[in-house]
Design a binder for this molecule. Sequence first.
Ligand code: SAM
Length: 462
Amino acid sequence: MDIDVIFASADSDAAVDSALAVAWKTLSEFHAPVSQRNELFVYYKYLDEVLMSLFRSGEVESVEAAMIHVEYLAEKAGCISEVILCGEHFTADSQVIQDALANIGDVLRGALQKRVEGPSEANPGVADSVTSFSGNNDAADSVADSGGALESALVMAWQTLSGIGVSVPQSGDLFAYFKALDDVLVALTRSGGVAAVEAAMPHVEYLAGKADCIPAVILGGRQFTAHPQVILEALANIGGALRGAFVTPAEQLPEGIPAEVFALILEAEAKLAGWCSREKALVIARIVLQERPVTCVEIGVFGGRSLVPCAAALRHIGAGAIYGIEAWSPNVAIENATNDVNDEWWSKVDFAQIKRAFYQFVAETNLTQHVRVIEAPSGRAAMLFDEIDFLHIDGSHSVLNAAQDVLLYASRVRSGGIVVFDDVNWQSTAPARELLAALCDTVAVLKDPESGLDICAVFRRR
Ligand SMILES: C[S@@+](CC[C@H](N)C(=O)[O-])C[C@H]1O[C@@H](n2cnc3c(N)ncnc32)[C@H](O)[C@@H]1O
């Protein structure tokens, strides 16, 4: 446990440790992982997941009761409850921490007790009964035809998840599917995709009803038994709900953009901070899909709005990486002046939060294989690249930094490679644009539909 951030004496440390051990034990009853059971902050991260699953299974009273204690703790720690439930570090008096752990534990044990007294008592052990979907499932064996259909429904169900960025494990079994589905539903709930969650949950609940268990058992990836036809229908219906939320019908896809790339562009737009317009995101994705660059570099990642279209396209073609160069530091962002309003704005940005959301998005959407981050001022990272195939310059717009980025990076772009340069209409970026024109031919210019001004230009290195 990180005792350095808790105001505590040696005695109270021991008391917090034992309260924490009890708290983890209770949480483990909900199938939260226990590998880091000594970590206070990780406990709260998993508590968040348990509360989400309680909420989804309709056990709202328990969630509300637990939240009272989380909120009290947050108030004493001088932060908001989301900080605590994200697993962030906080400081509070050790007695307050112990009380919160004990009170939350009481609530969770009460929720468990209600479950025991609820539907599962009528069929004790059903939720735990082992059903091997592909082999020794009596129900499945008894309906041989639907067994085959069920296998295909499961393949399709995984395909839908994979289309929205979930990695498909080797076994790809039924129970793992529902665990992965749980993560998707949590992510959707957090990102405002409540309609899709509401569309999918009745099918999970119906399946749980037929399997004589609660939805949390199914969404926890635990084994359950149900008639194959019921499972098959649940998979198909849940898939339909998810595709409705994420996948655009082929005829509505922008030209040349595969469904899963478009889905990620929309998701990035919805979840990430930044300025990349839909039009620019599509331009970036199309360039990557057509030119198939191997080494891509973006200077100025911010929340990842423009990096994600590139990464999504790279994942689609199955090769290449985008190196995002970003300092996430106000001092670097305003190192050289642009204009007063702009510099004032950048000096107040909560970069830590922007960075966290970016990393979380990249991990959750399974883009990590194609994304590399270099957290440094751009001037220090150029020498890492011998040859660049695709370059997006969108860092500091000061005269000096923009020109330096062109000199250091555009000169490393191979002949025939592409450079996208943002905010070409700024007075301060004019010298950089001129330098670029000396190295490259202009391929396209994106204009602001309202003002008609150039906002972004695409160049090809001579
Ligand atoms: C305009 S924002 C990038 C926006 C992003 N590309 C998008 O489309 O949403 C510029 C970013 O460049 C970063 N930045 C500014 N100067 C930098 C430097 N010298 N090195 C690295 N990053 C820098 C800032 O921290 C900021 O996040």
